[in-house]
Structure formats: structure tokens, C-alpha cells
Design a protein around this ligand. Structure first.
Ligand code: NAI
Length: 256
């Protein structure tokens, strides 16, 4: 795939120490971006930053917990202090949940999902948009899920949080489109990132569960991280100038 030109674009990514966020950081760095990376996992963050710097990419990192507004603000400030602006922000950090029937879902689980998956996106966008309003606009991409589009058996709290991500995405898009700030969401199907692989450990037979999930998809397989990240790159691309407020499924046809 030919990469869009991210030359000198300042790109902020949360959840950059693993999975989609890490791979996206590598791809935009290859395409010329300057990076501000945040994650709870400081070791993972340092590792990806070191790799990218060796390849010549300018990178600033901040350990951040996206459920805390002060951390989301500090990450935006780090980008602006280091590079002078913020062009593209990807609110990607998120957590999954154990499979639990709706009737057993408790407040603590709902709060945990809400704190990271919803507050992380809202607080992130709040400070990213404030910065973008001082410039000539910007681009925001939020990571939702297919669980944010339809029903998702046994992961109700996660599904609620990912539906909220789409609500926030569309709201920001219609509030700030006039300021040349575009906001979209990506909605992946099950993808072989550490989050998904780990989700099966300990309470189900991974191979059997993964095969059953694969069979439920029209393409009869799960997604690979690269297949989702290629769409994230397209959604963030500087030349993608009129797509706004969309929640784009990358699901092998599951929602068709
Ligand atoms: P991952 O577990 O590989 O990466 C998630 C990253 O987010 C980790 O580095 C983790 O340390 C970080 N993180 C978690 N809580 C955080 C917090 N409070 N503050 C800052 N960083 C935090 O998982 P993956 O799959 O790359 O997930 C990225 C996003 O994609 C998540 O929002 C997830 O819900 C979403 N997603 C994943 C799917 C999958 O099947 N892998 C499917 C649909 C959506």
C-alpha cells in the first residue's frame, strides 16, 4: 500500500505501547510524522520510542492514564512544547472486559470501562480540540469497535463504552467541522492484538473460541492488526479532507 504523506505532521497516539497504537506509530513515522506517544505502560512506550528514534523519527513520550484529564492535557502539551502544534490525534487506548452476562454486570465493571474507554476519548478530544482551535484545524480518530455499532453478547459494559465513543465522535464532528477539525471513528472486528489474544487466557480455550469467532465472519477469519491500521492511516491521512463524523467498520463484512 502506498502511504499517505505525513511529512512533518505532528501525530499524537494514545495506547501507543501495544497493538494498533504501536503499529500505527510505526507507519506514520515511516511516512514522515513527528510523534507524541502516550500509554500507561511506560516500558512499552520507551521501547517503541527507542525503535522509532533509531529510524530517525522525532518522538516525545508521556506515561499517561487516559482516564485522568490532567494526563490527557499533559500529553497534548508535550506535543505542542516539543513540536509547536498538533495536526492529528488518535484516541486509541482502551481496555476490554471478561465475558459476563448482562444480568451479572456490576457497577464496578461499568465504571472501569467508562473511565478508560469513554473518559479517555472525551478528555483527549477536549484538549486536542482546544489546541486545534488555535491552529488551522486538525484531524481526530477515535478507536471504537464493532461492539460500538451493534449488540455484543457478554461484553455489555465494553459495548456501552464503545457506543459512547461513536456518540462523542459524531458530536465533536458536528460541533467543530466548521473549524476544519474532522473527527471519525474506526470500528474493528476481533483482531489479533495482545488485548484480544490475552482476553481468552484463563477462562476459555483460545483456539476453539478464536475458530468459532472466525467462522462467524463472512471472511471466515479474524483480522490482523495491519488490516485495521491501514484503514486508520486512511482515516487520518492529510488528503482525506471531507470525511467527518463517520464510524467506519473494519469487520470483513460482518455488518454487511
Ligand atoms: P492492546 O492491549 O494491544 O493495546 C492497548 C494499549 O492501551 C496498551 O498499550 C495499554 O497499556 C493501553 N492502555 C490501557 N489502558 C490505558 C489507560 N488508562 N491509559 C493509557 N493507556 C492505556 O489492544 P488493542 O487491540 O491494540 O486496542 C486498541 C484499541 O482497539 C482499544 O480501544 C480497543 O478497545 C480497540 N479494539 C480492539 C479490538 C481487538 O480485537 N483487538 C477490536 C475492536 C476495538
Amino acid at each position: 500500500m502506498t502511504l499517505a504523506d505525513y511529512s512533518d505532521k505532528v501525530v499524537l497516539i494514545t495506547g501507543a505501547a501495544s497493538g494498533f497504537g504501536k503499529l500505527l506509530a510505526e507507519r506514520v513515522a515511516e511516512a514522515g510524522a513527528r510523534l507524541a506517544l502516550g500509554d500507561l505502560n511506560e516500558d512499552g512506550l520507551n521501547e517503541i520510542a527507542e525503535t522509532l528514534r533509531k529510524r530517525g523519527a522525532p518522538v516525545v513520550t508521556r506515561r499517561c492514564d487516559v482516564s485522568k484529564e490532567s494526563d490527557c492535557k499533559a500529553l497534548v502539551e508535550a506535543a505542542v512544547d516539543e513540536f509547536g502544534r498538533l495536526d492529528i490525534a488518535v484516541n486509541n487506548a482502551g481496555i476490554s472486559q471478561d465475558m459476563i452476562p448482562l444480568i451479572d454486570t456490576d457497577e464496578a465493571l461499568l465504571d472501569r470501562q467508562h473511565n478508560v474507554n469513554v473518559k479517555g476519548v472525551l478528555f483527549g478530544m477536549k484538549h486536542q480540540i482546544r489546541q486545534m482551535l488555535t491552529q488551522d484545524g486538525g484531524v481526530i480518530l477515535n478507536t471504537s469497535s464493532m461492539a460500538g455499532v451493534g449488540g455484543a453478547p457478554y461484553i455489555g459494559a465494553y459495548a456501552a463504552s464503545k457506543h459512547a465513543v461513536i456518540g462523542l465522535t459524531k458530536t465533536a464532528a458536528v460541533e467543530y467541522g466548521k473549524k476544519n477539525i474532522r473527527v471519525n471513528a474506526v470500528c474493528p472486528f476481533f483482531t489479533m492484538t495482545p488485548m484480544f489474544i490475552d482476553s481468552g487466557k484463563g477462562h476459555m480455550d483460545n483456539d476453539t473460541a478464536f475458530k468459532a469467532l472466525a467462522q462467524s465472519s463472512p471472511m471466515k477469519r479474524l483480522a490482523q492488526p495491519e488490516e485495521v491500521v491501514s484503514v486508520m492511516l486512511m482515516l487520518c491521512a492529510p488528503e482525506n479532507t471531507f470525511m467527518n463524523g463517520q464510524a467506519i467498520a473494519v469487520d470483513g463484512g460482518m455488518s454487511a
